[in-house]
Design a protein around this ligand. Structure first.
Ligand code: ATP
Ligand code: MG
Length: 307
């Protein structure tokens, strides 16, 4: 059975789609048969893999709302071993249309089941909201990968996301684990980036990948060419970072038993978070100091830049 990973953060522009596309491609290049599901009506993952959004006649919408079999929606990509189920702007209506349907939170899970024999990894690119589409992704997933942008308000909204994950675990999907927290768009010349990395590691410890995605013009250019970074500029720092991440995810592909631990350790509670569950964190022992003396949902205390 494949592992299904939802790439999720309700905050916009934090690197979800960039991560979904480039991680999926890097996994495929590591010979992991991978399916990427674009669950965002913006269809940026679809476009980023070279498929003209306007030319998508049938998207994941048709599977969720009209009962079209998912396997009939699968498209090949320019990366061998990577397939895509595209999105379309019509999916924006799904948030509303799903409301009246039975088992509205479990539609994606249901339609995915027949596909599972065909892939080793299924990644889901979520929209920037905690609406029904994201809840469907969390209900269908084995784990959730949370990209966090290295910026002043990096942790803002994270407690809301973690609470949503807990609610889904309690009522819809008890096996849902946190795959890991991925720091993105790091500018290592700035003190802000190092402060954010330190703060996030101090709080989430081993759940934060030691791989940090650098800010890179090449990564932002690749979607305009309709290819992942691994094809656009395979030697670039961004390509290497996503390759390193894919190696970590591949190691963890068959681990499914992690859970968010103690219920009272949201970023707002003043306690450290125990996301490690079954010890399946991205990098055991890579965390920071053991004490939390500030509210991690607040921005880090300095934003001065050194370069
Ligand atoms: P949304 O919430 O709208 O779906 P998102 O979380 O999927 O956004 P992306 O679309 O991946 O975020 O990234 C937002 C913007 O930042 C895009 O223009 C993208 O090209 C750029 N970007 C993402 N990651 C990087 C990076 N590491 N270096 C430079 N630019 C990046
Ligand atoms: Mg996106």
């Amino acid at each position: 059975m494949p592992k299904t990973v939802a790439i999720c953060n309700q905050k916009g522009g934090v690197g979800k789609t960039t991560t979904a596309v480039n991680l999926a491609a890097a996994l495929a290049l590591l010979e992991v048969r991978t399916l990427l599901i674009d669950l965002d009506p913006q269809a940026n993952a679809t476009g980023g893999l070279g498929i003209e959004k306007k030319e998508v006649a049938r998207s994941v919408y048709q599977a969720l709302l009209e009962g079209v079999p998912m396997d009939s929606l699968v498209m090949p990509t320019k990366v061998s071993g990577l397939w895509l189920i595209p999105s379309h702007v019509s999916l924006s209506g799904a948030e509303v249309e799903l409301v009246g349907l039975p088992e509205r939170e479990a539609r994606l899970k249901q339609v995915l089941t027949p596909l599972k024999g065909s892939y080793e990894a299924i990644l889901v690119d979520c929209p920037p909201s905690l609406g029904l589409l994201t809840v469907n992704a969390l209900t269908a997933a084995d784990s959730v990968l949370i990209p966090l942008q290295c910026e002043y308000y990096a942790l803002e909204g994270l407690s809301q996301l973690l609470e949503t994950i807990r609610l889904v675990q309690d009522s819809l999907n008890s096996r849902l684990a946190v795959e890991g927290i991925l720091l993105t768009m790091a500018d290592f010349r700035t003190k802000l980036t190092s402060d954010v990395i330190q703060e996030v590691r101090r709080y989430f410890e081993s759940k934060v990948y030691d791989v940090v995605i650098p800010r890179s013009v090449r990564l932002s250019e690749a979607p305009s060419r309709g290819v992942p970074i691994a094809l656009y500029d395979p030697g670039s720092v961004g390509a290497r970072a996503y390759q390193n991440l894919a190696e970590r995810i591949k190691e963890n592909l068959h681990v499914r038993d992690a859970r968010i631990g103690q219920r009272d350790t949201s970023p707002d509670s003043g306690e450290k978070s125990d996301l490690s569950g079954g010890g399946t964190g991205p990098e055991q022992g890579s965390g920071g100091p053991n004490s939390v003396d500030s509210d991690p949902t607040q921005p880090v205390s300095t934003s001065s830049e050194t370069g």
